[in-house]
Design a protein around this ligand. Structure first.
Ligand code: ADP
Ligand code: MG
Length: 361
């Protein structure tokens, strides 16, 4: 267990015309025992953050500290970190047990007695649900089982910090959800410090004690899942946190209200915001909208259903709002269809506290 401090970290790959600024002035402080998630789209610099902590890339500026000790000039081999990459290999000719034991039989953490190996392997495989597979060979495993064994190989070794690079990305949806729950359990139980990278917002919200949102090499927001979900700092963060994406409208702020969509949207300016008169954007999550007229304390408006689709237990509607039911489209995800069909004019409402206000585009 250890803290990790990343200070003013910058990394550029290549040079001249082909230079790519992968990280620009990244600051992160990860607490002892924290499960810290870095969320961002592909190319945002997530893997580069992990590699910098592991010492696998040369950074041109900034510092990494593990357990209060600067890692400047410290070789990867001498950093007590365990890193799992997106795709990882197993020894095909070794059983699952021997695959898991090999990190304990070599390397800088020293050698473990047979009994110690047994104990660590048992703990990890029970949590990952692979304790019944110890005698099998990799070829006798499903893809999901193989991925768990590979993850087990990383977790079995004691380390100050575990660096996990999208370890669930190659699993199908069902297995991913299951493994997410297991990882959550592992994180809660083990009290180890983990830096976990993903492009999947659901994973980030479910697993992170805290989340940093990374955009083009810069940290745009750090907070608990609750904070990031409730108060995304900008439309990039808001859009990263939902599927279907948050609805965004350009509005005009004036006389204590926000107006848009040809006047059909009229929202009192929330008290916590100090908005100048002029343009702004508001964001409404599809799941926060409800069909039917709203009461006091809600924002309500009307529109015409242009598309109604069933998504499992939920319904997704596209509703055209604005003058003559036309200028803007909102996506609504509702528990029931409320009898609404394509072509119907419907009332929509949401609680005012679920209206997010952002700077103009
Ligand atoms: P992520 O893991 O979020 O997808 P990466 O850290 O892998 O992002 O990459 C960040 C940026 O740096 C991307 O634009 C990527 O193309 C670039 N990059 C990563 N590794 C290299 C490399 N070895 N050489 C050149 N460019 C690289
Ligand atoms: Mg990556």
């Amino acid at each position: 267990m250890a803290t990790v401090r990343i200070a003013n970290l910058s990394k550029t790959y290549g040079n001249g015309k082909s230079a790519v600024e992968a990280l620009v002035g990244v600051d992160l402080s990860i607490g002892d025992g924290e499960f810290f998630v870095v969320l961002g789209p592909s190319g945002a610099g997530k893997t580069t953050v992990l590699k910098s902590v592991a010492g696998l890339v040369d950074v041109e500026a900034g510092d990494v500290e593990i357990a209060g000790v600067s890692m400047e000039g410290v070789e990867p081999y001498h950093r007590n970190v365990a890193m799992a990459f997106e795709s990882y290999a197993l020894y095909p000719q070794k059983t699952v047990f021997d695959n898991l034991a090999s990190p304990l039989r070599s390397g800088r953490t020293g050698r473990y007695t047979a009994q110690q190996q047994q104990q660590r392997i048992e703990a990890v495989t029970t949590t990952l649900g692979i304790d019944h597979l110890l005698k099998r060979f990799p070829r006798e495993l499903s893809n999901g089982q193989r991925q768990r064994v590979a993850l087990g190989r990383v977790l079995v070794r004691p380390a100050d910090v575990y660096l996990l690079d999208e370890p669930l990305s190659h699993l199908d949806a069902k297995l991913r959800a299951q493994m997410r729950a297991e990882l959550k359990q592992l994180g809660d139980m083990s009290n180890t410090t983990s830096l976990y990278v993903t492009h999947d917002y659901q994973e980030a919200l479910a697993l992170g004690n805290r989340i940093a949102v990374l955009r083009a090499g810069r940290v745009v927001q750090v907070g608990t899942p609750e904070e990031i979900w409730r108060r995304p700092v900008d439309t990039f963060v808001a859009k990263a946190l939902g599927q279907p994406e948050i609805n965004l409208f350009d509005v005009t702020a004036g006389q204590g209200a926000l107006r848009g969509a040809g006047g059909d949207l009229s929202v009192p300016v929330p008290r916590h915001l100090d908005l100048p008169e002029g343009r702004a954007r508001i964001g409404i999550r599809p799941r926060d909208l409800q069909l039917g007229p709203g009461g006091p304390g809600t924002l309500s408006f009307r529109g015409r259903v242009s598309l109604a689709e069933r998504l499992g237990r939920l319904m997704e509607f596209s509703v055209d709002v604005g003058p003559q039911g036309g200028s803007e489209r909102v996506i609504v995800v509702a528990d029931s269809d409320a009898g609404a069909r394509e072509g119907d004019v419907v009332d929509l409402h949401l609680s005012l506290e679920n209206v997010h206000v952002f700077a103009p585009a």
